[in-house]
Design a protein around this ligand. Structure first.
Ligand code: ADP
Ligand code: MG
Length: 341
């Protein structure tokens, strides 16, 4: 009897250790987004969703790209991850904690590990603040360290982003766009976050500067092991920096792929690619026909969300919404026609 109990105990221990191992395995996911919906005006009938049944994991240490036309819900998704917007439905798991219903106070403990660099960051600085004040502001909010220690940290992070300490006393308007962008990045990174959202952070800056900022972000990731969500409509920037790319259309994920290249299959992603990457303008015009411009931005009542703009739509596309199905671990697509290939 005793030995049986012993046996059952050791089986139990084995199960426990297997379970904890699988838990360890799971911890490579920084985020798990489960069935997340967001509608801003729930009174509207039918509601318009900025995010519709989003299921996605963000792996620790990856640079995940997020692309799609303006208004498709990219910023909304990012804001829900940072708890700046509340999902209408669904769960958001951060490092195995379900943070969906966390209060402001509960979020305080983890908010410093999530930061956002956005397009307007550099222009939104307080004009009366020096660079030192701008970068140290998050430190003042989150830590009670001595002034000297804070200054040391500010100088350290400035060096990391390629600004020497002579900039400490400058004001935003005394710097170039690129330098301001670096200040914005330093400010986002000063609290040593684990997750950084770059929301159109390299849009509207010139080519050379964009490349500098992209390599800076990549270097910083290598040094600190950040996980990035990189939102951009610039597909070449996305291809340069991202490990995986999520394509959104009208609040839905339509494709997840390692890169936006000839391998893409969803007609929407193909059209996005054709509209931006093809160097020959004549060819680009021809490919643009893929989009039936102007017809699509209203959500169809049923069937595939892209049916109005898709030149390949067949009868099933008008009636059934295609699920986001996996072709392999790295690749998912939501399209009836691609599923059949
Ligand atoms: N605060 C808000 N109130 C109402 N509607 C919003 C709000 N923020 C975004 N939206 C709507 O949600 C949709 C997605 O917006 P957004 O996430 O900003 O898209 P993207 O970042 O891809 O351009 C758009 O239709 C937009 O008008
Ligand atoms: Mg946006």
């Amino acid at each position: 009897m005793r030995s049986l109990t012993g046996l059952s105990m050791s089986i139990q221990n084995l199960c426990l250790s297997l379970f904890s191992n699988s838990k360890k395995g799971e911890s490579v996911n920084l985020y798990e987004i489960k069935g997340v919906y967001k509608s801003y005006n729930s009174k509207e009938k039918p509601p318009v969703y900025a995010a519709f049944n989003i299921n996605l994991t963000i792996k620790k240490g990856e640079v995940l790209g997020l692309v799609g036309e303006s208004g498709c819900g990219k910023s909304t998704l990012a804001k829900m991850l940072l708890k700046l917007e509340q999902p209408t439905r669904g769960r958001i798991i951060f490092k195995q904690q379900d943070i969906t219903d966390y209060s402001f106070k509960q979020m305080r403990k983890i908010r410093s590990s999530m930061q956002m660099i956005f397009q307007g960051t550099a222009n939104a600085f307080n004009p009366y603040f020096t660079v030192e004040q701008i970068i140290s502001e998050p430190l003042n909010n989150y830590s009670r360290e001595a002034k000297e220690l804070k200054k040391k940290k500010v100088v350290e992070i400035m060096e990391r982003v390629g600004l020497n300490k002579t900039y400490l006393t400058r004001y935003g308007h005394e710097m170039s766009g690129g330098q301001r962008q670096r200040v914005g990045i330093a400010r986002a990174l000063i609290l040593n976050p684990e997750f950084v959202v770059c929301d159109e952070a390299v849009s509207s800056i010139d080519y050379a500067l964009k490349n500098q900022i992209l390599s800076l972000l990549t270097d910083l990731k290598r040094q600190f092991g950040f996980t990035y969500l990189f939102i951009s409509h610039d597909l070449s920037a996305v291809n340069k920096i991202c490990d995986r790319v999520v394509v959104m259309y009208l609040g839905n994920i339509v494709e997840i792929i390692p890169h936006i290249n000839e391998q893409v299959q969803h007609p929407y992603t193909k059209a996005l690619l054709a509209a931006t990457l093809i160097p020959n303008p004549h060819q680009r015009e021809k490919n643009r026909v893929l989009f039936r411009e102007g017809e699509g931005l209203k959500l169809p009542e049923r069937g595939c969300i892209f049916q109005n703009r898709c030149l390949y739509a067949q009868s099933i596309c008008l009636t059934d919404q295609p699920a986001l199905m996996s072709k392999n671990d790295e690749y998912y697509v939501a399209c009836h026609l691609c599923h059949n290939h």
